[in-house]
Design a protein around this ligand. Structure first.
Ligand code: GTP
Length: 599
């Protein structure tokens, strides 16, 4: 078959186990040095992504591998995002492959993300090529890491390739293992078209560019195509491959990975995970597992300057063009005025969008604390989902409250099991499994935990109590009942709606305390004392006071130094930009995120 010499694969690993370094080494070996930079430029990679060293798009690269004997292979390497916020995108990219390189750092061994990623690969029936990486490190224990892989995931240790992305050792063996162990794609080029969309981006000239894996049939320019989930029709403009810039080709046959431009104007019409088929000869069944992108974390974004409302809306619209997982709708707050309720895949996604709004669109924003989506059943039988704590109904109108849960995987050394279990208990976690893993004294904990409980500072806490040794990963598993309350915050005796938080009944007092203390610390002092209170209904559960004091920055300047005086004034002005005035009290951005501050 024509696809016998194609290999579609991806590299999966725990964060920092050396994925990017090894990928670069493979590119270099296959004569594609510097291509990564080129790709960064072609594929609209965000400056932010590069700066932070995170990938949020799944970008394929087409490589040519010539064996010793002269056999030529086409390798499609699909780079996947490395953050839990984008796990669905990762699972779709894996579905576009036949195999994966599962990388494990030889000095660290199997970590939580190694396990979760390996299961994603197994769920997609992929061939796993285990690679024990960083064997050049003095602390490397390649045999130990391979044995751990076998024990934890059941991947035979003797099949592992030992390698180093740093020195290039083992890379030729990896290339051979790909040819030998990753099966070539199958699929009938004459069958009705079935192609999986695994990523996309928006191009101002060509519209949405879809990244697809053709499973059955052939895609050609001028083909009439249809989106399986929503029945929308388009005509193919161009198809092609990635090397890694977009290269125009004649067709994409079953088994290949490539891109399609079809004059699609709205990225929401062609979502990741959906199946592309032919209008005339549609496939009977879509590729399984399509889930429309669903934001799980919501936050209110308000311009500090009300004049910027329109500018903010335009910026949000632009960002949404290229991001089907991001949502926003207008929202009004008594305290903050006109703004938008924005939905994200997780906190990292939220941070990225906020940072882009501030940097690329030059907006000053107040963001309310991120919240999960609660499901509330009212006494009249009505069920609705609320993403905004301010809208949470009063207790007497509710029969049932449900909140989102995750399944959390934690890997850690035995020594820290006690402390970590205590932390998980504080976060209302329920243990599902605990596995002791052989001689290395490592333990895997699997818990079900309310998503809201790990949203803010859980990862930092886990790292600090385990001296950096514990790792984690998680997946959403649906809704469970929860005894939750709305806690309101009053500043100077007035409720500020945008500060409301939803809290579990057992934590209202401690959280209320934490918030008011933090707020009293960050609200600038006034001529008069300002009370800050946490209340449930009419009941005050915590109280703190911003002491009276006149802050005069210029007093420090002793009159003389003009430039220093100016600097201080500028600094104060900048600080002011991110404040909101409530009567005479100014509340800074920090106060809105008081709930996020660590204990
Ligand atoms: P994320 O993109 O954050 O998921 O990380 P990654 O898995 O892509 O890891 P990356 O390639 O950025 O490497 C992480 C760190 O390990 C970097 O400091 C690398 O220099 C180092 N590193 C990567 N491969 C090797 C290796 O083979 N040997 C040694 N000694 N260090 C390595």
């Amino acid at each position: 078959p024509r696809t016998a010499h194609i290999r579609n694969f991806s590299i999966i690993a725990h964060v920092d186990h050396g994925k990017s370094t090894l990928a670069d080494r493979i590119l270099e070996k296959l004569g594609a040095m510097g291509e990564r930079d080129k790709r960064d430029q072609t594929l609209d990679t965000l400056e932010l992504e590069r700066e932070r060293g995170i990938t949020i798009k799944s970008t394929p690269i087409r490589l040519e591998y010539v064996q010793e004997g002269g056999e030529r292979y086409v390798f499609n390497l699909i780079d996947t995002p490395g953050h839990v916020d984008f796990n669905y995108e990762v699972s779709r990219s894996l579905a576009a492959c036949e195999g994966v390189l599962l990388l494990v750092d030889a000095s660290q061994g199997v970590e939580a993300q190694t396990i979760v990623n390996a299961y994603l690969a197994i769920d997609n029936n992929l061939e796993i090529v285990p690679v024990i990486n960083k064997i050049d490190l003095p602390a490397a224990d390649p045999e130990g890491a391979a044995a751990e892989l076998e024990e934890v995931i059941g991947i035979p240790a003797d099949g592992a390739v030992f390698a180093s992305g740093k020195t290039g050792q083992g890379v030729p063996e990896i290339l051979e293992a790909i040819v030998k162990h990753v099966p070539p794609p199958t699929g009938d080029p004459d069958a009705p078209l079935k192609a999986l969309i695994f990523d996309s981006f928006y191009d101002a000239y060509q519209g949405v560019i879809l990244f697809v894996r053709v499973l059955e049939g052939t895609l050609r320019p001028k083909d009439a195509i249809r989106m399986f989930s929503n029945g929308k029709d388009f005509e193919v403009d161009k198809v092609g491959t990635f090397t890694p810039g977009l290269v125009v080709g004649d067709s994409l046959i079953a088994g290949s990975v490539g891109w399609v431009a079809a004059g699609i104007k709205d990225i929401h019409d062609a979502q990741v995970g959906d199946t592309l088929t032919s209008r005339e000869h549609p496939t009977d069944e879509p590729f399984p597992g399509f889930k429309p992108a669903q934001p799980v974390v919501f936050s209110g974004l308000y311009p500090t300057d009300t004049e910027d409302y329109r500018k903010l809306r335009e910026a949000l619209e632009k960002l949404k063009l290229n991001d089907a997982a991001f949502s926003f709708e207008p929202e009004t707050s008594e305290a903050l005025g006109f703004g938008f309720r924005c939905g994200f895949l997780g906190l990292l996604h939220a941070e990225i969008i906020q940072e882009r709004l501030e940097r690329e669109y030059d907006l000053d924003l107040i963001a309310t604390a991120p919240a999960v989506v609660y499901r509330v059943t009212l006494t009249n039988g009505e069920v609705f989902e609320t993403q905004n704590p301010a809208e949470f109904p009063t207790r007497d109108r509710i029969t049932l409250i449900e909140e989102p849960y995750i399944k959390l995987h934690v890997m850690l050394p035995e020594t820290y099991v006690g402390t970590v279990m205590q932390l998980l208990q504080e976060r209302r976690g329920v243990m599902e499994t605990m596995n002791y893993l052989g001689q290395h004294g490592r333990v895997e904990l699997i818990y079900e935990v309310p998503f809201a409980e790990i949203l803010y500072d859980f990862h930092d806490r886990l790292k600090s109590i385990s001296r950096g040794y514990a790792s984690m990963d998680y997946e959403q598993i649906g809704y469970r009942e929860g005894d939750l309350r709305k806690v309101d915050i009053m500043v100077n005796n007035e409720v500020i709606d945008a500060l409301a938080v939803i809290v579990h009944d057992t934590k209202t007092y401690s959280l209320g305390r934490k918030i008011v203390d933090k707020m009293a610390e960050v609200i600038p002092r006034q001529m008069f004392p300002v009370p800050v209170q946490a209340v449930i209904g009419a009941k005050i559960i915590a109280r703190a006071t911003v002491k009276a004091y006149r802050k005069d920055v210029l007093a420090k300047c002793y009159g003389g130094d003009i430039s220093r005086k100016k600097k201080l004034l500028d600094k104060q002005k900048k600080g002011r930009a991110r404040m909101k005035q409530f009567g005479t009290v100014e509340v800074p951005q920090e106060a809105f995120l008081a709930v996020l501050s660590t204990e």
